[in-house]
Design a protein around this ligand. Sequence first.
Ligand SMILES: CC(C)(COP(=O)(O)OP(=O)(O)OC[C@H]1O[C@@H](n2cnc3c(N)ncnc32)[C@H](O)[C@@H]1OP(=O)(O)O)[C@@H](O)C(=O)NCCC(=O)NCCS
Length: 359
Amino acid sequence: MRKEIYRMPDVDARAMLDAAKEMTFASLGKREDGRPTPIIRTVNTWIAGDAIYFHGAPAGEKMEAIGGEAVFETSRVIARLPSYFVDPERACPATTLYEGVQAHGVLGVVTDAAEKTRALSGLMKKLQPEGGYVPLDAPMYEKTIAGMLVARMQIELVDGKRKVCQNRTPKERTRIVEQLFLRGDPGDAEAIEDIFGHNDDTPVPTCLQAPGGGRFTAALSPTRNQEALALLRQGAYWLEKISDETVLRSMGAPAVMVGAFDGAYRLIAVARLLGDARVAWLYDVMVDRRLRGTGVGLAFMQFVLAHPVVRRAEKMRLTTRDADGFYRKLGFQDLTEAPRHGEDGRSPSIDMIRTCQPR
Ligand SMILES: CC(C)(COP(=O)(O)OP(=O)(O)OC[C@H]1O[C@@H](n2cnc3c(N)ncnc32)[C@H](O)[C@@H]1OP(=O)(O)O)[C@@H](O)C(=O)NCCC(=O)NCCS
C-alpha cells in the first residue's frame, strides 16, 4: 500500500527513461567456470520503441551479461530533507526525495548491421546533437561497427517511483517547503516545485504567498518560458531589439528565472536573478500589465529580495530607464549616490563596464 503512493505514472516513467543519457544496468552473468557473477555497469543508452540499446567491446565484461535478465535504472535526487525540517528531536523523519525508473527485460546482442548502425546513430544524435561528424551509415565505419558490441534489451516492464512528500500531511509539506526556501541549497527551489507539482493540496507558506491567492515560484519551470516571454513582451524596452530566441536562451543561462502565479496559476510577474556571495544582479522585472499599480510589483520584489540567490549578496545591481522611483522604495540608490571607493569601510572598488561586440 505504502509503495503505491510513490508510483510514478507510466508516461512520466517512459519520459524519464528516454531523457536519460546514461543508465546503470544490473544483471547476473556467467563466468568462464560457469559460476554466476553479478554485473553492474553504467552505459550510454538510446531507446527506440520498447528497446534499450547500448554499445561496448565484444570481449568486454558486459558480454557476460548477454542472454540473462537485466534491469536498467536511472534516478535523480530531488532534495535531502533533514529530520528537523519536520521534528525538532526525532531523527526518523530524515529522508531523501527522489525519482527513479527501472526497466526490466532480457539482454541480447544485435547482429543485424542496419540495426546496429541505427542504434549507434541514435546514440550519437543524443550525445552530440550539434553534429560535426560524418553520418554512421557511411562506408568508412563498416569495419568498426562490425567489430563492436551493440546490445539490446526489449523492455518487458517499467517501474517508476517518485517520492515527493506524498506521505506527509499538507501541514508538514508546507513546513518542508518553507524550510527548503530558507535553506536555499542548489536544487531546493526546484524541489519546492516538485512538491507543489505532485501534491496539489499543499497550502502555500507565508513566504511564498502571492497577492490574489497565488504563489511565488523560486525557480520557474522552463516549460513556462514561452509564457514568461509573452509577459516580457508587454513592455520590456531593454529587450526590444533582442530576438525571442535569444531571450529564451538567456532564460536557460545559469541565472534563475523566478515568478508569481495568481490563484489560477497564471503567470503574473517574472524576474531573472544572477548572483554570487558578493553581488547579485536583477534583470527582466515585469508585472502583468493589468495588475500594475496594484501592489504586485512591491510584493514580488520583497520576495525577490528574500530569494536565496540574492539575499546573501552584499550589493544588488540593476539598470532601469524610468522605474527608479519604484526601486527607491526598496532601498535602491543611484550608483552615484551609493557609498563607493571605500566610503562604506570595504575595500575600494570601481564599477567597470565593457562595451562588447555580441557574437
Ligand atoms: C515597474 C513594475 C515592475 C512595478 O510593478 P507594479 O506592480 O506596477 O508596482 P506596485 O503596484 O507594487 O507599486 C508600488 C509602488 O511603486 C510605485 N511605482 C510603480 N512603478 C513605478 C515607476 N515606474 N516609477 C516610479 N514609481 C513606480 C507605485 O506608484 C507604488 O507607489 P505607492 O506605494 O507610493 O503607491 C511594473 O510597473 C512593470 O512591470 N513595468 C513595466 C516593466 C518595467 O519597467 N520593469 C522595470 C524595468 S527595470
